[in-house]
Design a protein around this ligand. Structure first.
Ligand SMILES: [Zn+2]
Length: 473
């Protein structure tokens, strides 16, 4: 069985003014050592002959430049064309890409692939669970599956499931039927985590629906809410050989999601920035972690919004670590000034001018990590240690702080630009808060200037009525 592997994976916030460019994508080819890390399970399936083409991945950000998408798509299509005839294609996707001037990037991409590979090749895609799925994407694919955990700890299992389903369908000559229910609900990932109710029980209901025969797989997509495009909603998908069974599975999962729409909550105390800082200052146990959620780069925020920092500098907590502000120019100035130097500069607010402006600070260069492509410095302003990075850098690991000579347990407050805490940060936190801060991924979603999503949609139209409609595609 000749199987190709390709993909373009990113999550695009249409409220972000920072476009995602070609060089924001990391490309993996079959010859790269990274390839085996992405797909270590391939060796378990010796009856498949796998051909890596290109998998392109970019950190969440603003809409992808049309020219960047065109280059990636052309390279993938050209490589796929050369590999024909193919029995199958595994597509390693995210599912919430927005390309400037295009409403349904994945749908467009899959349709172009289908045109290139013809009607007989089976297409199997794995998605995040924050994907916005369209009818067009569903029509072009044969198999689609998605993560079942948020925070995402089943990335590899999901990729493997997409490949396993593909191989099985090829072996047994199955072309699965697909049942698809769009659920008119748009909620942030910070409320729909699978770690607590109701997300946990909603996602746990997937497995009992899958019997491996009539229903071969089922998926719930929460959707990605910071995308002002008509396809933005949650959805359920079931695939298999029995139309009645997949319809029932997709309908049941969708109804459950809808019934719980008003029960989704933030998993931690969510408050204004000032409240979070004040409450953290009163806390005895340390460290207290605060998510500066409105500008979380891993959800598509730009990352250099300075509002939280401005409030911290005003409220003056005696000991706070702030991770981080990407500002290449400020990092260079600190590097030139040298370790220990007193310095006056403007930080952040240069990339996201829609939600911020540069913040003047006067401090001392406390630590320098100059090596590599992403030099980082710690700027100390009174009790506040501000981490400045040359590039947009999510801080998810303890190691990243230790590398900057910051032992998290030794500090009172650590503020990080994240949404829900990833497992490693959660393990460090003695208490945590989610700060409802401004930015492109503001958690107050009904306040965002949506113009193009399909209405009615909950919570934008809170009183709307709905019952599931199954589309067999
Ligand atoms: Zn996600």
């Amino acid at each position: 069985m000749r199987i190709a592997i390709a993909g373009i994976a990113t999550e695009s916030c249409t409220f972000s003014p920072l476009p995602t460019r070609l060089d924001d994508f990391r490309l993996t080819h079959a010859r790269d050592p990274q390839f085996a890390q992405l797909y270590p399970f391939l060796k378990k399936y010796p009856d498949g002959e796998f051909f890596g083409t290109v998998t392109a991945k970019a950190m969440p950000g603003g809409p992808v430049e049309a020219s960047a998408y065109a280059v990636l798509k052309a390279e993938i299509l050209e490589r796929l064309d050369r590999l024909r005839p193919l029995d199958g294609l595994y597509l390693d996707m995210h599912g919430a890409m927005n390309v400037s001037g295009m409403d349904d990037a994945e749908g467009e991409f899959f349709t172009a692939i289908r045109m290139t590979l013809g009607p007989d090749c089976l297409l199997s895609a794995s998605y995040d669970l924050h994907g916005n799925v369209s009818e067009r994407a569903m029509a072009a694919l044969d198999i689609i599956t998605g993560y079942r955990t948020a925070p995402h700890i089943d990335v590899l299992q999901t990729r493997e499931r997409a490949v396993r389903l593909l191989l099985r369908c090829l072996r047994e000559g199955i072309r699965p039927r697909k049942a698809f229910v769009k659920i008119p609900v748009g909620l942030p990932g910070e409320m729909t985590s699978t770690e607590w109710a109701p997300g946990r029980s909603i996602y746990r209901a997937i497995e009992p629906e899958v019997d491996g025969e009539r229903v071969m797989d089922a998926t719930i997509q929460v959707g990605y809410v910071w995308a002002d495009e008509p396809r933005m909603t949650a959805c359920t998908i079931a695939i298999g050989i029995d139309i009645a069974a997949i319809s029932q599975a997709a309908r049941r999962l969708a109804q459950r999601y809808w019934d719980h729409r008003a029960d989704f909550r933030f998993g931690v105390e969510a408050r204004s920035v000032d409240d979070c800082i004040r409450l953290a200052m009163q806390e005895k146990d340390q460290p207290v972690l605060i998510s500066d959620a409105g500008d979380n780069p891993t959800a598509g925020g730009v990352g250099d919004v300075t509002y939280f920092l401005e409030r911290a500098l005003t409220l003056q907590p005696p000991d706070l670590v702030y991770a981080s502000i990407p500002d290449a120019e400020a990092v260079q100035r600190c590097l030139r000034a040298g370790l220990g130097a007193a310095i006056e500069l403007e930080i952040g607010g240069k990339l996201d001018r829609r939600h911020a402006s540069p913040l003047p600070v006067r401090g001392r260069v406390n630590f320098i990590k100059a090596d590599g492509e992403n030099p980082q410095v710690v700027l100390r302003v009174d009790g506040i240690r501000i981490i400045l990075t040359a590039r947009r850098t999510p801080f998810h690991y303890r190691r990243q702080l230790l590398d900057l000579n910051i032992k998290p347990e030794a500090h009172r407050i650590i503020a990080v630009k994240v949404g829900y805490l990833v497992p490693e940060l959660n393990a460090i936190a003695r208490r945590n808060f989610l700060a409802l801060s401004p930015g492109a991924v503001n958690q107050d979603i009904t306040s965002l200037p949506f113009k193009r999503i399909t209405r009615p949609c909950y919570p934008f139209d809170p009183d709307m009525k709905w019952s599931p409609r199954v589309q067999l595609i």
